[in-house]
Ligand binder design. Structure first.
Ligand SMILES: [Zn+2]
Length: 261
């Protein structure tokens, strides 16, 4: 019998919740830790569609990357989509666990997973490298250098991007790659310092691109897109830890950004 608290412990064993940033709100957000878990649904974001899917599948535990309770709640009334979802989760006895910046910073966390998908070797954190390999972002090397155009195609295809925003290439071939899943603009200087040919992250502003011109090839591959494989990390942790236990990827697509051409 797996309890919600066992799921929290399993996640904590891989990515200690104590690693989370001070502004974050990881951990059990909704539900009773002593409740028996009937199985887990995994998603990047918590939406009503994800909740409905969990209820329909009889899975009473959801693990997400982005905490649905983040900036603090003043009330729990059905006035907006987010609080309506929380009320519904409580009514249906569905527990919601968020593993956010702890999984960003853990060894083999979100950015390592990005690097793995792109085939990087010799990865190390861009910032705050502990002996255990925990830190923010990663830098690593492609097995063989790739013409920059092909590298950009690879990023687009690997992360399922509808479009890429990037600066004019500063190199003709890419070998050293810096990455950070999600909003990584603050690590641009670290990517440059690490000698990376390109820096792939998300949520860059106009002036971030401006400042990078001629210095590093900045690639914005989308917030959801660069974090989408976090659910594979959750899946591996939970399926290794618990046998004969349902763990499923949500089929709902939770990216709120739509691209128009
Ligand atoms: Zn994120």
């Amino acid at each position: 019998m797996v309890k919600v608290s066992d799921i929290i412990s399993a996640l904590d064993g891989f990515a200690p919740f104590s690693l989370q940033e001070s502004y974050d709100n990881c951990g059990l957000q909704v539900g009773d830790p002593s409740m028996t878990s009937a199985g887990v649904l995994l998603a990047v974001d918590m939406t009503e569609e994800v909740l409905d899917e969990a209820i329909a599948c009889g899975l009473n535990t959801i693990v997400v990357h982005h905490p649905p309770i983040f900036r603090g709640l003043k009330s729990l009334t059905p006035d907006d989509a987010s609080t309506r979802m929380l009320i519904k989760a409580l009514k249906h006895d569905v527990a919601i666990i968020a593993a956010h910046t702890n999984v960003d910073k853990a060894y083999n966390g979100v950015s390592y997973k990005m690097g793995e998908k792109l085939g990087l070797a010799d990865m190390r954190p861009l910032v705050g490298c502990n002996d255990d390999g925990a830190g923010l972002g990663v830098v690593g090397c492609l097995a063989e250098s790739l013409p920059v155009g092909l590298f950009l195609d690879k990023v687009r295809d690997t992360f399922g991007c509808r479009c890429l925003r990037h600066t004019a290439p500063t190199c003709s071939n890419v070998r050293t790659v810096a990455l950070c899943g999600g909003s990584g603009a603050s690590l641009s200087a670290d990517a440059i310092k690490a000698g990376a040919d390109v820096y792939v992250s998300a949520d860059f502003k106009y002036h971030d691109f401006f400042d990078a011109r001629g210095v590093i090839t900045l690639v914005d591959a989308g917030h959801f897109e660069t974090e989408r494989y976090v659910v594979e990390i959750f899946y591996d942790i939970l399926t290794k830890k618990f046998t004969n236990f349902a763990v499923r990827h949500a089929s709902a697509y939770t990216n709120p950004v739509i691209y128009l051409y």
